[in-house]
Unconditional design. Sequence first.
Length: 434
Amino acid sequence: MANAYALGEAASRTTGQVDALFLFITVVSLFFFLLVEGLLIYFAIRYRKRKGAEPSETPDIRGSLFLETVWILIPTIVVASFFYYGYMVFRDIRTPPPGATDIHVVGRQWLFEFRYPDGSSSINELRVPAGGPLKLILSSDDVIHSFYIPAYRLKQDMVPGQYTTLYLHPDKAGTYYILCAEYCGVAHSTMRAKLIVMEPDAYAAWREKKKAPAALSLAEQGKGLVEKSGCLGCHALEGKEKIGPNLGQDFGRKVLLEDGTSVTANEEYLRESILDPKAKVVKGYPAVMPTFKESLSPDDVGAIIAYLKSLSGDKEKDGKKEGEKGVGKEEREGKEAPSAQKGKELAETLGCLGCHSVDGSVRVGPSFEGLFGRQVEFEGGGKATADEAYLRESINLPRAKVVKGFPDVMPEFKGKISEEDLSAIIAYLKTLKQ
Ligand code: CUA
């Protein structure tokens, strides 16, 4: 049954649940379809007009309470069972298991970026240990994307200016595709990432080997932002309240609002309350908080929410992270020579080839073929030779010098890829000289 829908193997608990539900609905629907159509055909033949038969009057039947009851009751039960079964599966898939690790995912034309609790990030590759439940907090920087893992049968829209969430149960080690399932522009079909689920031992070894994560964990970055942005002027962490509610309260609690309704203090509520504080004012507090829309980037908001969550429980998890940090820092050195082969792989996995061809044809951006060493003209005048310094700048901060005739849509890779990876990509571009 794992392959019943040609969507790949059963890679997660959710796969079996969704497939079983689909099979149930299909089999029940098929049964009634065959029953109704079968009877229709049978009656049409059985009661057809026969040659030579005298026309007779149709019997005058005035309804049957029994029949009416049966054909109201049976479809009602069938449809209610679809709903009930579907709801149970939905609830199970949507309810986070305790201790889930938060990972922020940002969709962008045309790549996925993952931000981990330790402050590190990756592009188009989500690497996780098997068995550890994950909570993905999804958002988009531009248009609506859809985060889809066929092998898990899970899909969720990524909406600009809003958080949505998805829970993953990576049960089985392996590599699975993550696809964008919402048409989001010319390179939509190339927008995909890999979900790499590793055995916990192998994962720990990989983490150990992979150089240092960012200097600060996501929650620590958030702490700095909270201090810098003046939040603590009005919000105490705990103890005596200041002007606004204390920050150290339980994440996920129910909050009573000024208008009498209540909401759950989840990621989306906190995000909205930072960017648009007047939208949902907590009962008993003045509506005086300013918006932070202009001063905080989406990444900053994510970090602050990670910090707020760390204040409510999960203390031991935080301690562990700080322990790991010390190890990483010493291993930061150790550079390899840039290799064109590695650069080629990176150009594929980072999604560069979604917009840049290697055969001279024009996609969204200039072709990589013959790019190195060429004269390029810029939007708004100016010229330069596409040398190493130019390529480096164009990958880090693409908006600085946009090539004439091409749209200004490439995302920044600064801080998202390592210096070695950058060198490898440039080494690869050099090999594509004509
Ligand atoms: Cu992103 Cu389609």
